[in-house]
Design a protein. Structure first.
Length: 266
């Protein structure tokens, strides 16, 4: 019995070392530098400093950690839409991309396990009678959302009564304008985006609960099994070591959590 307990404890002690092993070129064939893309309008992935151009956030830290393990430099490029992230992988312009998981997107690229959950909720005018996310899916309620965003794809499947009124992705200024003019009743987006909007506009508020937890993940080319396995090892190690949680805290993000291991996808 004591021998069995010792073996288990010994195995657990080895886990951190296994997660920090450097990746081999055979695991992740790439040309230097490692090229990463992310969605510019999604603060739960990364942000670019408008003055210095420096990019920070969980996606940036994971990309740099991967480059460190590969022994190569890293370039991180913001792009305008989720589809642009996917296209950068499909077209060979990037080696990895950061984008939210969705079953439709998985037809074109392969997704890693989730590294972060970005909770989605609704932005409403301050005087709105809506108090909870569960009250939104009602006849006559008009929901604004970024075209092609993960929340848009989810709501297309989940809504039963409310009407979706999408707009070009990434523009919270447009969302505020549509709310103010009465074109829409609520606006759906990730909680970090919504909280940023509230900080700049006192006439709106965010509902206290969420309608969806978006899995932020890393994509690679379809069928690139060795590359995908290497990325999954990176994420597992970053979760165990606390790197992802520390990156969230350094970025000052609210409304996101480290994604738990495992999980079932459609």
């Amino acid at each position: 019995m004591f021998k069995l307990m010792f073996k288990k404890l010994h195995a657990l002690a080895l886990l951190p070392a296994l997660f920090t092993l450097p990746l081999q070129a055979a695991d992740f064939s790439t040309t230097a530098p490692l090229r990463a893309t992310y969605l510019a309008s999604n603060p739960s992935q990364a942000r670019q400093d408008p003055k210095t151009g420096a990019i920070s956030g969980p996606a940036a830290e994971l990309a740099r950690e991967l480059g460190k393990r590969l022994g190569v430099a890293v370039t991180i490029t913001p792009v305008a839409t989720p589809q642009a992230v996917i296209d950068s992988i499909k077209g060979g312009a990037a080696d990895i991309g950061f984008v939210a998981y969705d079953a439709e997107r998985a037809r074109d690229v392969d997704f890693s396990q989730a590294y972060l959950l970005a909770w989605n909720s609704y932005l409403v005018p301050k005087n709105s009678p809506l108090l909870k996310a569960a009250e939104v899916d009602l006849p006559g309620v008009r929901i604004g959302v970024g075209e092609g965003d993960a929340g848009h794809l989810y709501l297309q499947r989940a809504l039963r009564h409310a009407e979706l009124k999408p707009n070009p992705p990434g523009s919270m200024d447009l969302a505020i304008k549509r709310l103010a003019e009465g074109e829409i009743d609520v606006y759906a987006a990730s909680r970090p985006r919504l909280l940023d909007a509230v900080a700049k506009n006192p006439d709106v508020r965010v509902l206290p609960d969420n309608f969806y937890g978006v899995e932020q993940a890393i994509i690679v080319g379809k069928g690139e099994a060795a590359r995908l396995a290497a990325v999954n090892r990176l994420i597992a190690g970053a979760r165990t070591s606390g790197l992802i949680q520390s990156a969230i805290e350094r970025a000052g993000l609210k409304g996101v959590d480290v994604a738990p291991p495992g999980g079932k996808r459609p």
